[in-house]
Each structure stands twice: as C-alpha cells, then as structure tokens.
Design a protein around this ligand. Structure first.
Ligand code: GLN
Length: 189
C-alpha cells in the first residue's frame, strides 16, 4: 500500500485527488490518500509521496506557516530529509519549491516569476511540445533553470525535474491524461 499525502492548504485539491485515484486505477496500484492540513497530519502517518496543488502561493504561505498549521515548514523538512522522496508540485506548488522563502535552499533550481503570463483572463490551454494538454491558470513562468527540463511549451520550460521531484507551471489534474500523477505513484515503487 502506497500512501500519498496531499497538501490541503488551499487551491485545486479535489481534482488532484481524483487524478491520483485515476492514476492508481490505471496502474492497478493500491493507494491511500492522506489529506494534510497541519503538521500533526504529517507526523501521524508516514507518507511515501507528496502532492502540492496549485492555487495561490501567498495564501498557502500564510496558512501553511500559521501557528495553527505549521504544515509548510514540515513539508519542506520532509523533502530535505531525503532528496529522493517523490513530489509533484503544480503551479503555486511549483512556486513554493522554487522559492520556499524559509531561509533554506530552494527545492528545485529554477527562477520563477509569478503571474508572468498575465492575470486570470490570460489563462490559456495549449498542448505542450510532448503533446500533453497544458492548462495554464494565472501561471508562473520559469526563468533560468538549473535542474533537468521535464517539459516545454514552444521551447519554453514549463516543467522541471530533480530526480523524483517534479514542478509544473500548468495543471495536469484538469485534463484527462494522468501521466504526471502516474509518475508520482511509479516513483514510490
Ligand atoms: N498565480 C498563482 C500564484 O502566484 C499561481 C496560480 C495557480 O496555481 N494556478 O501563486
């Protein structure tokens, strides 16, 4: 049984839960999904992988650093304790990895600029260079990237990988293709 933790701080959480369940079904894998809201949720049960959804990184920072939660620093420690732990971070989640703002090392090596395609009205859908449906919502944009390139849109980096840690600027949970959620589960094997 593989245990997937999902940060429930804010944002696109339920679509990710469905996408993870779909991916598990496709892989015939038995999984359990743990909803993480506070540091205690992470301490009570060992997780094998972490899903960091999109949303608003400012709200996630406020909620996740608040005394009543303290989840965010706990998640950063969990990732730093073992570099190979599988993580899938999308959009705002990618912003948190690239720019944790906790005085520690970034979790992926990439510059990231928030809302760099514009606001909500400039959200767009476009197939990535690999054909994957890219859904970009108030998306950030990677600048210089030091880690491995995971995927591109017209040559521009939209996904970065460091081992089992993947950061995407789009929303894979909103399309039909569960490739990235499958990668998260497969990395647990
Ligand atoms: N604009 C958001 C931010 O800056 C990210 C958008 C998203 O996650 N869809 O945090």
């Amino acid at each position: 049984m593989v245990v997937i933790g999902i940060a429930m701080l804010q944002g696109a959480r339920h679509a990710h839960i469905e996408a993870i369940q779909r991916a598990a079904h496709e892989l015939s894998m038995e999984i359990e999904i743990i909803e993480l809201r506070t540091i205690e949720d992470l301490q009570q049960q060992e997780i094998d992988a972490l899903m960091l959804p999109g949303g608003e990184s400012t709200v996630m920072r406020l909620r996740g650093n608040d005394e009543t939660s303290r989840l965010l620093p706990a998640l950063f420690s969990w990732m730093r304790e073992n570099e190979s732990r599988p993580v899938l971070a999308t959009c705002a989640g990618a912003i948190l990895l690239a720019d944790p703002q906790d005085g520690g090392e970034p979790l992926i090596e990439a510059e990231i600029n928030r809302n760099a395609y514009g606001g909500q009205a400039d959200s767009f859908e476009s197939p990535l260079d690999c054909g994957f449906p890219g859904i970009f919502i108030r998306a950030p944009r990677f600048g210089e990237v030091g880690d491995e390139i995971e995927c591109t849109l017209s040559g521009e980096v939209v996904g970065v990988r460091r081992g089992n840690r993947i950061a995407l600027t789009f929303h894979p949970e909103l399309g039909e293709d569960s490739r990235y959620h499958r990668m998260l589960l497969e990395a647990c094997a």
